[in-house]
Design a protein around this ligand. Structure first.
Ligand code: HEC
Ligand code: HEC
Ligand code: HEC
Ligand code: HEC
Ligand code: HEC
Ligand code: HEC
Ligand code: HEC
Ligand code: HEC
Ligand code: HEC
Ligand code: HEC
Length: 336
């Protein structure tokens, strides 16, 4: 079944002079490198006159369209700002510049232009005045594949956070045309509690710029929980970078196989190693009933037995070094 987006897409395509080049399957897969296979598809018999890399012919405005040059006579600043971004690159056949120009996003504007322009005149569309979900449809007419395939109905889409909530087409401030100078600032406008955790004593190197919010999350939707970019579980996400912690191990430590976030807080913590609690308390959240070791409340045992050493320094992991699981034949207690 074609979705509404596909239909919009087809309409856009059929209204465009270079239509045959834009087979929907070759459309907008931003992050995936173009394979030799798809590259061939784009270039095959459709463009007999065009050599590889040649300039794509200027689109002829269709009915109801004025063409970008007409718009630029009154909105020169917008034309300039667009030209400085990827959307303005006519060499890429999928950009607005190579298709309907301004009108790829603002809709047919002949009536608006001929009436001399004006707010709301001629049915011209201003995406920032639309409901977020409607505005996003403008964008998903092109950006509906690859990293954006799961946008529709995703957490942000559902809660009225749209493409133009985070991105600006004409006046972006940060990389990837986001509206703030950095991701910390952008995401922090709504997720302040999370961003604040970055200032705790240990944290993922987000603050230093080595990892970004979007290293772990895909704000455009995902198949995992909590918009996590990779995999289908929290652990899949963590072990996509920390692969040495990935099981299966000969001896599994139950909570590790379950979820890294039982012990670590990925956004930051005031304990070593992003731990949710200090050692040995972290372990004692679960291992309190064990005969070994004592808790801090077992004052007598602590003072009078060799068990005292079990809660000093790095505590339990002084000995239980392979806390994430062991592959040693006798690694049952994660000592080796
Ligand atoms: C004859 C001059 C003129 C032409 C040509 C023109 N506009 Fe406008 N446009 C205006 C004026 C004046 C406004 C009122 C707002 C302003 O002053 O910026 C406006 C407003 C807009 C708005 C905001 C509408 C709103 O309701 O908030 C958009 C979007 C827009 N134009 C896009 C376009 C596009 C796309 C084209 C080309 C198809 C175009 N304009 C052609 C003069 C023009
Ligand atoms: C990729 C989609 C896209 C293209 C292409 C595009 N615009 Fe826009 N335009 C937007 C969005 C989104 C906004 C809302 C403000 C923003 O995001 O920067 C906007 C806002 C505007 C406004 C209103 C600004 C205001 O003050 O409210 C005008 C006028 C405008 N665009 C004109 C143009 C002209 C002229 C072109 C072609 C040179 C063009 N746009 C191409 C998406 C686009
Ligand atoms: C006519 C098709 C089309 C439409 C409509 C469109 N885009 Fe794009 N956009 C592209 C293409 C093509 C690129 C270049 C990257 C690529 O090839 O995927 C791009 C790139 C981008 C980028 C990446 C910029 C960068 O610096 O890496 C962002 C962000 C973006 N678009 C946002 C939007 C938003 C927001 C809207 C809606 C207001 C929108 N686009 C509408 C085709 C489109
Ligand atoms: C919650 C904020 C947010 C929303 C909502 C959002 N984006 Fe993004 N977008 C980002 C950030 C941050 C990046 C840079 C990191 C990355 O590449 O994921 C980005 C990157 C991009 C890119 C370039 C990288 C890529 O994945 O191709 C495009 C294109 C893009 N966004 C388009 C869109 C479109 C279209 C929508 C609406 C369907 C949208 N964005 C909604 C924050 C957002
Ligand atoms: C190292 C990976 C990683 C990084 C970097 C990261 N997150 Fe997360 N985030 C996660 C994981 C894993 C969860 C799920 C936690 C859970 O289920 O307890 C999560 C959950 C969330 C949630 C949902 C919180 C809730 O209580 O449901 C938000 C919002 C969030 N992150 C925003 C951000 C922002 C904003 C940034 C950048 C400052 C960021 N994240 C950086 C891994 C990360
Ligand atoms: C305009 C506000 C806004 C911005 C900006 C924003 N978000 Fe969100 N985000 C939301 C809302 C609203 C939800 C839904 C929360 C809920 O359902 O409890 C959400 C949910 C999330 C979730 C959790 C999803 C879940 O399943 O619980 C993550 C992760 C997240 N956002 C990451 C990000 C990242 C990363 C950025 C920056 C690139 C960002 N957000 C920017 C408003 C925003
Ligand atoms: C995008 C890659 C990436 C993902 C995904 C990721 N990490 Fe990290 N992690 C890093 C990097 C980079 C460091 C810093 C390593 C360094 O500084 O040597 C780090 C460091 C750590 C540290 C050590 C912190 C310290 O103070 O020494 C812990 C613990 C950690 N990550 C746990 C997690 C958990 C739990 C998850 C899943 C929620 C996760 N990581 C997901 C890249 C990632
Ligand atoms: C039972 C609690 C617990 C769980 C669950 C857990 N960890 Fe850890 N992790 C620790 C402790 C304790 C340390 C500190 C070890 C030390 O200081 O020697 C640590 C240290 C780390 C470190 C930094 C030092 C190193 O060994 O590289 C990383 C990275 C890490 N864990 C990743 C993960 C990942 C990924 C997962 C999920 C697959 C995970 N952890 C699950 C308790 C846990
Ligand atoms: C979320 C609860 C939880 C936390 C926190 C936790 N563990 Fe465990 N641990 C378990 C469970 C469940 C088992 C499996 C027990 C079994 O198989 O009888 C286990 C098994 C063990 C075993 C092997 C015991 C055996 O009889 O095979 C050792 C050793 C161990 N944990 C040490 C630690 C240490 C050290 C820490 C702190 C770094 C820690 N655990 C944190 C739940 C936890
Ligand atoms: C001085 C080294 C050492 C320290 C420190 C240590 N352990 Fe152990 N642990 C062992 C050894 C050795 C075993 C093997 C079984 C045995 O001989 O009791 C063991 C076994 C265990 C077992 C499985 C057997 C049982 O008794 O249930 C658990 C659970 C355990 N330790 C948890 C902990 C926790 C939690 C801490 C930190 C509070 C800790 N250990 C600190 C050496 C240590």
């Amino acid at each position: 079944m074609p979705t509404r987006h596909d239909l919009t897409l087809l309409l856009l395509i059929s209204a465009c002079a270079c239509a045959p080049v834009l087979a929907p399957s070759a459309w907008a897969e931003p992050l995936r490198p173009v394979s030799a296979h798809t590259a061939k598809r784009v270039e095959l018999p459709m463009l007999p006159g065009l050599a590889r890399g040649a300039q794509v012919a200027k689109p002829v405005p269709a009915d109801g369209y004025a063409g970008s040059e007409a718009c630029a006579t009154c909105h020169e600043d917008k034309a300039t700002s667009l030209a400085s971004t990827q959307h303005g690159r006519a060499g890429n056949p999928r950009t607005p510049a190579a298709t309907q120009g301004c009108e790829s996003c603002h809709g047919p504007g002949k009536a608006h232009a001929e009436a001399g322009g004006g707010i709301g005149v001629g049915g011209i569309v201003n995406p920032s005045k639309l409901l977020p979900q409607r505005a996003s449809e403008t964008c998903t007419s092109c950006h509906d594949r690859g990293t954006h395939a799961l946008w529709s109905g995703s957490q942000h889409d559902q809660r009225n956070v749209g493409c133009v909530t985070c991105h600006s087409v004409h006046a972006p401030k940060g990389e990837r045309q986001i509206k703030a100078a950095s991701q910390m600032e952008l995401c922090g406008t709504c997720h302040k509690n999370i961003v604040n955790r970055q200032h705790r004593f240990t944290h993922m190197p987000v603050r230093e710029g080595k990892v970004e919010c979007t290293s772990c999350h895909n704000p455009h939707g995902s198949a995992n929980v909590k918009l996590l970019r990779v995999g289908t579980t929290v652990d899949d996400s963590c072990t996509s970078c920390h692969s040495e912690k990935r099981g299966p191990h000969l001896w599994e430590h139950a909570p590790v196989a379950n979820a890294c976030v039982t012990c670590h807080n990925p956004h930051g913590s005031n304990n070593e190693r992003l731990l949710e609690a200090k050692l040995p308390y972290l372990c004692q959240r679960c291992h309190v009933t064990s005969r070994h070791p004592p808790t801090v409340y077992d004052g007598f045992v602590m003072r009078n037995s060799q068990n005292a050493n079990k809660i000093i320094s790095r505590g339990c992991v002084n000995c239980h070094q392979q806390i994430h699981g062991s592959n040693a034949p006798s690694g049952q207690f994660f000592l080796r």
